[in-house]
Design a protein around this ligand. Structure first.
Ligand SMILES: N[C@@H](CCSC[C@H]1O[C@@H](n2cnc3c(=O)[nH]cnc32)[C@H](O)[C@@H]1O)C(=O)O
Ligand SMILES: [Zn+2]
Length: 434
């Protein structure tokens, strides 16, 4: 088996003690075989079939983006500066209704290209025509947790067909792409799926033994409407419907009271924090420090490029670290290391990949990235954890590996044809806008 030895690199492992050091790492097949501080031992040099000089590079685990709609990259910049309901109902949904499978393919490929180039190795995607997203994941070499999101504001026969589609997608794709793809079950949101319909998704998740994903408590209007329509705020509503009896990842969770935070912690619900999308749509600021204090695992998502408007998770990391300091008036909340954890190891845990990806450790999957640090904004060498959280940008990423396979070399995509993707995505948009 091939064994790659990286020597003379700088490493931030995201291991519990958050060590950072000059060192080496060896990759055998799809896994990290060994790593350590200082010069590579003789034995590692002998075993290596290939070596890479890591000087000028900082190695860390690949980033995990826990909420998004990749194909919506086709709608980047289409309708900015609007409130969520107006943006969704009057701009996104009418255009999305025209999406064909090919649009989803090229939009998702556009997103995959952007994610790889900015250091994301694993992403969550909630959309439809999901087998086309699966094809993009297979081809790109990325890792993903995919889910057929369902909006249930439709006649019963259409509801049935959408649920069947979500179940079929799960059956066909869970474990696909050499195990790089897993599948979740997703009613889109409590305000777009009636309660008896959500129950059917919970049932399906139990039958298929899969996790669940949904949008929850994104705006005040949503929370108030939920109380008016169903008598409960979204957290209690979903809990009563049995959703939190499955491993569940909720996106946003902006408007929570203390009781809801306690309940999410008790049920071990995972929260995907999407600070840039929440700011852009003026949804509000999630109570992330309180969630973390309560013991909730909080990770980071970009949401789609239509509400962000890029998929650079380093921007989300920086934003998470800054935003909550500003809002709380406490500069000690979400320190650099915590923000980086949200973008890596917490993300992995939130989609059932804890101990698989999100850290550099012997035995874990070789999903890692290398940033080019011979640049002004990485000097001096005070603390690379600080530089990664506060100074780095996705464009600093030079190399990316997933499952031990290199996807990006010197900023060039190895598995995807970038030029073709950009041209096809533009062509799709020109047709959709007409
Ligand atoms: N068209 C599908 C549903 C797709 S799920 C993904 C949906 O999430 C929507 N979306 C994107 N961002 C957000 C957000 O922040 N909150 C709520 N919905 C969103 C997006 O417009 C898209 O329609 C159906 O057949 O039911
Ligand atoms: Zn979303």
């Amino acid at each position: 088996m091939s064994r790659l030895l990286i020597d003379n690199g700088y490493f931030v492992t995201m291991d519990e003690q958050m060590p950072q050091y000059q060192g080496w790492m060896s990759i055998e097949g799809d896994r990290i075989a060994a790593l350590g501080e200082g010069k590579a031992p003789e034995r590692e040099i002998e075993l290596a079939t290939e070596t890479l000089d890591g000087s000028g590079l900082l190695f860390m685990p690949g980033l995990v983006n826990t909420h998004g709609h990749a194909a919506m990259s086709l709608l980047r910049g289409l309708a900015d500066d609007l409130a969520l309901q107006d943006w969704l109902q009057n701009h996104m949904w009418p255009t999305e209704a025209k999406f064909t499978g090919d649009d989803v393919y090229w939009g998702s490929a556009l997103a995959a290209a952007e994610m790889i180039k900015s250091g994301t190795t694993t992403f969550v995607d909630m959309y439809d025509h999901m087998h086309r997203v699966g094809e993009v994941v297979e081809k790109s070499g990325m890792r993903a947790s995919l889910t057929r999101g369902v909006i249930g504001l439709c006649p019963e026969d259409v509801q049935k067909a959408k649920l069947a589609d979500a179940i079929q997608f799960a059956k066909d794709w869970h474990g696909a792409a050499n195990g790089r793809i897993s599948v979740m079950i997703s009613p889109h949101a409590p305000y777009t799926c009636p309660p008896d319909y959500i129950l059917k998704f919970v049932e399906a998740a139990h039958e298929l033994d899969l996790a669940m994903h949904t949008h929850m408590s994104e705006t005040i209007a949503e929370v108030e409407q939920n109380v008016r329509d169903y008598g409960y705020r979204p957290v209690e509503h979903l809990d009563r419907l049995g959703m939190f009896g499955r491993p569940t990842l909720v996106a946003h969770a902006v408007h929570l009271n203390d009781e809801e935070i306690a309940l999410l912690a008790e049920r071990n619900v995972y929260v995907s924090h999407n600070p840039v999308s929440n700011l852009k749509l003026a949804s509000g600021v999630a109570r992330v420090p309180e969630l973390m204090r309560a013991g909730v695992t909080v990770s980071l998502g970009t949401d789609s490029a239509a509400s962000n408007n890029n998929l650079d998770l380093f921007q989300e990391i920086t934003m998470a670290a800054l935003l909550h300091k500003g809002v709380s008036g406490d500069p000690t909340v979400i320190p650099a290391a915590e923000a980086l954890r949200m973008g890596t190891v917490n993300g992995a845990r939130s989609i059932g990949l804890g101990g698989v990806t999100g850290q550099l450790k012997a035995g874990l999957k070789a999903d890692f990235i290398a940033l080019s640090i011979a640049q002004a904004h990485f000097v001096p060498l005070t603390d690379y954890i600080s530089h990664l959280a506060y100074a780095a940008r996705g464009s600093d990423v030079a190399h990316v590996w997933v499952d031990g396979k290199q996807l990006l070399r010197d900023g060039q995509l190895l598995t995807l044809d970038e030029e073709k993707i950009l041209a096809e995505a533009e062509r799709c948009f020109q047709r959709l806008k007409g």
